[in-house]
Design a protein. Structure first.
Length: 342
């Protein structure tokens, strides 16, 4: 199978993005599965390589056609977006927010023009992004805006645990109001399609309830009876393999053990908390994360976008200690989606 071309955004250069990219691209297996290139600043990436005492070499390019896609070489599509004289690692800076933004825009352009098969994003810092003059909430909103996408959703993915959300960045009160039949059907269709892109032929999807015990037959709320159960019924009639509404306190445990290929969460924290409990490992002795595993995929876009599901970690940036697990997983998911996308 032809190795897909993957554009990896540099992320906020003051964070751990450059480091985890370099660590991921230092593995020969990465180049065996895909053809990666980085969108960002070539001088910045070269400085990060030197800081890590890596043997990798940066190849500055101006177009995808110039990329070598060879192990030992990091192809960087140079946007000359960082002033190295004023750059400071681990510090919120307007220029770094702008650099992260233009790196994303270039990756989107490459994917939309089919010069690359998928995109992977390193973390950005929202404060720096805004200081740089770009008032977006984050990657998802940038991708939706510049691909003119109206209906989209966030999917969190690890080995067995894959979670999509009916709503994300709204208040809990508003999240309850957004539990509607049509939206539940919409996001279930998205996660079913995503699972097929991961190579799962007949995805089995679990749909969470909103209330404790999925309302226990109406004792603790009405959303299950009026919105969630009707959505499940219609999905089944249309041929989807779905269960629900399932009590939220058991759904994710079952999914983690492989019972479900995907889960539909009703709101942000209902899905994020179990996902991060599984993937994030805090080390009490060192006072930092040993692992931050998991990826964030934006579904509904005309292009593939996969991201690490952690932040810029300014406190450990440019110290050589950041884990590349999530970046490696992101590249793996992007590769599989590119290979299986119809």
């Amino acid at each position: 199978m032809i190795r897909p071309k993957i554009a990896i955004t540099m992320g906020d250069p003051a964070g751990i993005g450059p480091e985890i990219i370099i660590k991921a691209l230092s593995l020969k297996e990465t180049y065996e599965k895909c053809r990666p290139l980085v969108t960002g600043d070539a001088k910045l990436m070269a400085a990060a390589v030197e800081n890590m005492q890596s043997r990798l070499r940066v190849n500055r390019i101006e177009s995808v056609d110039e990329a070598k896609f060879e192990y030992g070489i990091i192809d960087v599509l140079d946007l000359a977006c960082v002033d190295m004289q004023t750059f400071e690692p681990g510090v919120v800076q307007a220029q770094c927010g702008h650099a992260a933004f233009v790196s994303i825009i270039k990756a989107i352009e490459l994917a939309m023009s089919k010069e690359v098969d998928a995109t992977v994003t390193a973390p950005l810092n929202k404060e720096a992004l805004h200081k740089g003059g770009h008032n977006f909430d984050g990657h998802t909103e940038i991708y939706a805006h510049f691909t003119d996408t109206k209906k989209y959703a966030m999917l969190l993915a690890d080995d067995f645990l894959r979670v999509i959300h009916v709503s994300t960045h709204v208040s809990l009160r508003e999240a309850c109001d957004r539990v509607k039949k049509d939206r539940i059907i919409e996001v279930t269709e998205l996660i079913d399609d995503a699972c097929k892109q991961f190579g799962i032929v007949k995805p089995h999807i679990g749909i969470a309830g909103l209330n404790p015990h999925a309302s226990d037959g109406g004792l603790f709320g009405w959303e299950e009876e009026k919105e969630i159960a009707p959505a499940v019924k219609e999905l089944r009639e249309r041929g989807f393999d779905v269960d629900g509404p399932i009590p939220p306190d058991t759904l994710f445990a079952k999914a983690r053990c492989g019972k479900y290929d995907g889960c539909v969460a009703m709101y942000h924290d209902q899905g994020h908390i179990p996902f991060k409990v599984v993937g994030f490992q805090w080390n009490k002795e060192t006072g930092q994360m040993d692992a931050a595993k998991g990826v964030n995929i934006t579904l509904g876009l005309p292009i593939i976008r996969v991201s690490v599901d952690h932040g810029t970690a300014f406190d450990v940036a440019w110290k050589g200690v950041a884990s590349p697990e999530a970046m490696l997983l992101s590249i793996d998911y992007a590769t599989r989606m590119a290979q299986n996308r119809k």
